[in-house]
Each structure stands twice: as C-alpha cells, then as structure tokens.
Design a protein around this ligand. Structure first.
Ligand code: SF4
Length: 362
C-alpha cells in the first residue's frame, strides 16, 4: 500500500460516527460549514425518528450537504453478525465494531414493553468473579455513537412490528461509570424529545460501585435510575467477589449511595447475584437487611447467578432464593427475583461475545 492510500485508509478509520453527536453538536457543525441551523434538526430527525441507514436517504437535505456528511462521518457504526431469538421473545445481537471487536446487545420483552440492555465497553477491567465479560480484560471504551447505535439497531428491528424501545438498562458488557462522558452523551440523545424520546424514568444505569462517579451522577440532576451491583453484605466478602471493592470500600459505597438518595430523592436498586454457598445464606440476607434498612426506599433485585464455566459458582436452590427474599421482606426491604430471560440463547452478559472470541474473532 503506498503512502497516499495508507493516509486515505487512516483518514477513513478515524472518521467519527454519525451517531456520536447530540442535537447541540449538530447545530454547531452546521454552523461551522455555513448551513442553516434547521438542517441540524433535519439530520437528527433522519437518524432517530425516521431511522434511515444511509445519507442518500436524507432526501430533504441538499445533495451538497449529504456529500459533506458522507465525507466527514461514518454511517456504519455496528455490523450485525448474528441475532438470536429466544422462545421467550428475548433477542440477542452480536455486533461487530469497525475495528472488528465484538459486543452484545439484548432486547427483553416485558409485559410493560421492550427493554434494551446496552454495552458500554469492549470487555471490562472490573474483574467481578462471577462475570464472563471480564475474562479477557478491557479492550477499549465505546464511543457515544457505538452505544447509541445499539438502541437504534434494536429499534429498527422493532419497527418491523410497529413496536418501540420503551426502556433501557445500561447493564451490558462494561462498567458505564468508567466510560462516563460517552455514557452521558448517549443518555442525552436517548432522552431528547427530538431523538428517541425515551422517558428518563425508564432508563437505568448500573454500576459496580465507582464511588466518585456516583457523586457526579447524583449531581447531574436527571431522573435516570441508578442500580448498584452490591452482591455482598459486607466489606470482606465483597472484596472477594468484586475486586473494585478494594478500590472503593463498602462503607464508602454506602455513603455515596446515601448522598445520591438525599440529593435526588430517588430510590436505588441494589443488584444481588446469588451464588450457591457463597453469599446466599440466611445470615447474609440478615446482614444485607441491616445495611439497607438505613435507606428509606431501597429495592433489592435478586439474580440467580448464571453458571460460568471458568468459575466455580453454582446456582442457589430455588427454596433458598425464596428464603433470602423473605428475610429481606421481613425487614421491610422490597425484594424481587429477576426473571430469567433468553437462557436458551446464552443471553447472560458476555456469553455470546466469549463464544465469538473463542471462535478466533476479537
Ligand atoms: S459484572 Fe459488569 S462491572 Fe463486573 S466485570 Fe462484569 S461487566 Fe464488568
């Protein structure tokens, strides 16, 4: 390859994605190229309301503007490698990024609508011992557009049956609070009335406990829900299960959660993955209840852990799950058991990507 071609290839590679921008960013951009301000709204509308897949389809834009867009931005952000449908309606996408890395996105069907679970990083460095997504470490952060495009792709699939994405959970691969700015940009586009217009209260961000960013998020003044992956009722056990606890100890995490509740007036959901014989005993439930009693509106989501072949965790027997739930409820802590979805298509976080990587892909 000669140098000119090499430069061209590089220039192509570094083109930003068309989904990387908020409406305000587009307003800035049209201004800098001397176009009328309303063109920004038109571009945004083509991307998120009409949901086209190419610049050519943006027919109310002048040809010259479409050409500028084509030169400066990449439309293809994600390529669908596979899309698996479960008997319960769950759809799992395996997407390839332009650098050939793979990520997963899931659509879950609920009686209240369609929820999309998005990924924020390629891999994860947090190292939770029950999670397949962290096995290969962190490769890189996703750009805002790579997160946004997951929801657009999910919505495009649902368009065929006139359904819509009604809620979003940021609980896929990665720690969203370690890719904070991209996550916030993603949220801005999701909730924008001229974008996908998803209600803030229908979006949940889940963190393993990156304490400084819990404070930052509390101060953002949004209505977006926060979930904390707590998974243990004390410092020692949490450090064993989640190395992040050594960086941000249990007491600091609880303190940050209290700040969030005081600042926002919103309740927190605590995610608790039950691992047979590890953190699922009645004494663990009692201890957890004691910690969470200090929260006015805590909610615990109990998740029977998925078997990860590289780890030795086993599932908690059904009766023990109910016992755990009863102990929390006896202590006036609202607790639900997460319904398992898509188990016939390896829908748990990281499982498809792990299989894809085993097959030699990145
Ligand atoms: S559970 Fe989430 S934060 Fe923990 S390793 Fe897996 S992807 Fe990362």
């Amino acid at each position: 390859m000669d140098i000119v071609n090499l430069e061209e290839t590089r220039a192509q590679e570094i083109k930003p994605y068309v989904y990387d921008y908020t409406l305000e960013d587009w307003q800035e951009w049209v201004k800098t190229i001397g176009e009328a301000g309303f063109r920004a709204g038109q571009i945004f509308d083509w991307l998120y309301v009409k949901r086209v897949s190419s610049f050519e389809e943006m027919t109310n834009l002048p040809k010259s503007l479409r050409e500028k867009l084509r030169q400066q931005f990449d439309f293809v952000t994600l390529t669908e490698v596979a899309n698996y449908k479960s008997q319960d309606g769950t759809v799992k996408f395996l997407f390839e990024l332009t650098d050939k890395n793979a990520i997963e996105t899931v659509i879950m069907k609920h009686n209240y609508g369609n929820s999309v679970c998005v990924t924020t990083q390629v891999g994860c460095r947090i190292g939770c011992t029950f999670c397949a997504s962290t096995l290969g470490g962190l490769k890189r952060n996703l750009s805002p557009g790579e997160i946004i495009a997951q929801v657009v792709k999910a919505q495009q699939l649902l368009d065929a049956t006139q359904e819509r994405v009604s809620s979003i959970v940021i609980m896929g691969i990665g720690e969203p609070f370690e890719n904070y700015d991209a996550m916030m940009k993603f949220l801005k586009v999701m909730i924008h009335p001229k974008g996908l217009n998803i209600g803030q209260r229908h979006i949940t961000v889940s963190t393993s406990g990156i304490v400084p960013n819990i404070y930052r998020f509390a101060d953002e003044d949004t209505q977006i829900n926060l979930a904390i992956s707590i998974h243990a009722p004390n410092d020692a056990l949490r450090s064993k299960l989640m190395p992040v606890n050594r960086r941000y100890p249990f007491a600091d995490l609880i303190e940050a959660c209290k700040y969030y509740v005081a600042k926002t007036g919103r309740r927190i959901t605590f995610e608790y993955a039950l691992m047979g014989g590890v953190n699922d005993r009645p004494e663990h439930a009692e201890e957890l209840a004691k910690v969470l009693k200090t929260f006015p509106m805590a909610h615990v989501n109990l998740i029977p852990v998925n078997f990860v072949s590289e780890r030795n965790y086993v599932r908690t027997p059904r009766n023990d799950i109910f016992t755990f739930q009863r102990i929390l409820e006896k202590n006036k802590i609202n607790a639900t058991i997460r319904r398992e979805q898509g188990s016939d298509i390896a829908a748990a976080c990281g499982q498809l990507r792990a299989k894809h990587m085993e097959s030699g892909a990145r």
